[in-house]
Design a protein around this ligand. Structure first.
Ligand code: PGA
Length: 262
C-alpha cells in the first residue's frame, strides 16, 4: 500500500460530447465491478446535464460518482436555461465543476460569478471542483501564479477557507486543454504546490487535505508521470474520458501508483 496522504481522484469531463449510449457503455464496462475494485481511486463522471438521470440510473452502485459541468449561482427563480444546485442534488450529483476555463472564456464567467457558483454547490452539499489556470500569454508573461492566486482568492474571500474542507481544485493550464500539449510533471507540480501554499495561508490543515487535480491533455500515455508528483492528486480528463478504455487505463494507473506498484 502506498503512503499517499490523499487518495486519487480521476474525473472525466465530457464537455458537450457523449451520448446516452456512451453513459450506458461506461456502465457496461463496469459489468464485472471493475470500478469498485479501484478502491484507492475515486472516479467521477461529468456528462452533459441531460445525461445525469441516466448516470444516476446506470452508475448508482458502480463506485463511480457523477456530477455536473456547471451550476447556477442562484437558488431558484426566473433564470431561463439555468440549472440549480438543488436540482443537481436530486439527481445524485456529488460534485460540480465550477470555473472551467471554457466557461470563463466562452461564457464570460468572472471570478466573482465562479465564486458564487462554488458557494451554491457547497451549500447544496456537493463538492465544488474549482478549475483554475493561466493562458499561454499569461504563462509567457510570468503571470501564472498571479492568475491562479487571483482565481483562488475570489473563492476564499467569498466562501472562506472552511469551504475547501470539501472542495477540489483542478489546475488546468488553458494552453494544455484540448491541445495535446501537456504541462510537464514539474510544471504541474510547481503550480499544484503553489495552490496548496495559497490555501495553507488561509488554513494549513485544510490545504493539506485538498485534492488538487491536473487537467490538460492528460491520457494513458502521460498519466503516470503526472500522477507521480506529490501534489498531483488525480486528473480531470476531457478528450481522453470519452474513450472508456483510455479513461479506465488512467484510473488503473492511479490505483497502481497508490498501491506503490512501480
Ligand atoms: P482535455 O480537457 O483533457 O481534453 O485537454 C481537459 C478539461 O478541459 O477538463
Amino acid at each position: 500500500m502506498g503512503s499517499r496522504r490523499r487518495n486519487f481522484l480521476v474525473a472525466g469531463n465530457w464537455k458537450m460530447n457523449g451520448s446516452l449510449a456512451g453513459v450506458q457503455a461506461l456502465a457496461a464496462a463496469n459489468a464485472d465491478g471493475a470500478m469498485a475494485r479501484l478502491n484507492l481511486v475515486q472516479l467521477v463522471l461529468f456528462p452533459p446535464f441531460l445525461y445525469l438521470p441516466e448516470a444516476q440510473r446506470c452508475l448508482g452502485d458502480s463506485g463511480m460518482a457523477w456530477g455536473a459541468q456547471n451550476v447556477s449561482e442562484h437558488e431558484s427563480g426566473a433564470y431561463t436555461g439555468e440549472v440549480s444546485a438543488q436540482m443537481l442534488r436530486e439527481f445524485g450529483c456529488a460534485c460540480v465543476l465550477v470555473g472551467h476555463s471554457e466557461r470563463r472564456a466562452l461564457f464570460g464567467e468572472s471570478d466573482a460569478v465562479v465564486a458564487h457558483k462554488f458557494l451554491a454547490a457547497s451549500r447544496a452539499g456537493m463538492t465544488p471542483v474549482l478549475c483554475v489556470g493561466e493562458s499561454l500569454q499569461e504563462r509567457e508573461q510570468g503571470a501564472t501564479e498571479a492568475v491562479v492566486a487571483r482565481q483562488l482568492r475570489a473563492v476564499l474571500d467569498l466562501a472562506g477557507a472552511s469551504a475547501f474542507t470539501d472542495a477540489v481544485v483542478a489546475y488546468e493550464p488553458v494552453w494544455a486543454i484540448g491541445t495535446g500539449a501537456t504541462a510537464t510533471p514539474e510544471q504541474a507540480q510547481d503550480v499544484h504546490a503553489f495552490i496548496r501554499r495559497c490555501l495553507a495561508e488561509a488554513d494549513a490543515e485544510i490545504a493539506a487535505g485538498v485534492h488538487i487535480l491536473y487537467g490538460g491533455s492528460m491520457k494513458r500515455a502521460n498519466a503516470r508521470e503526472l500522477l507521480a508528483m506529490p501534489d498531483v492528486d488525480g486528473g480531470l480528463l476531457g478528450g481522453a474520458s470519452l474513450n472508456v478504455d483510455e479513461f479506465m487505463a488512467v484510473a488503473i494507473t492511479a490505483q497502481r501508483l497508490a498501491q506503490g506498484v512501480t
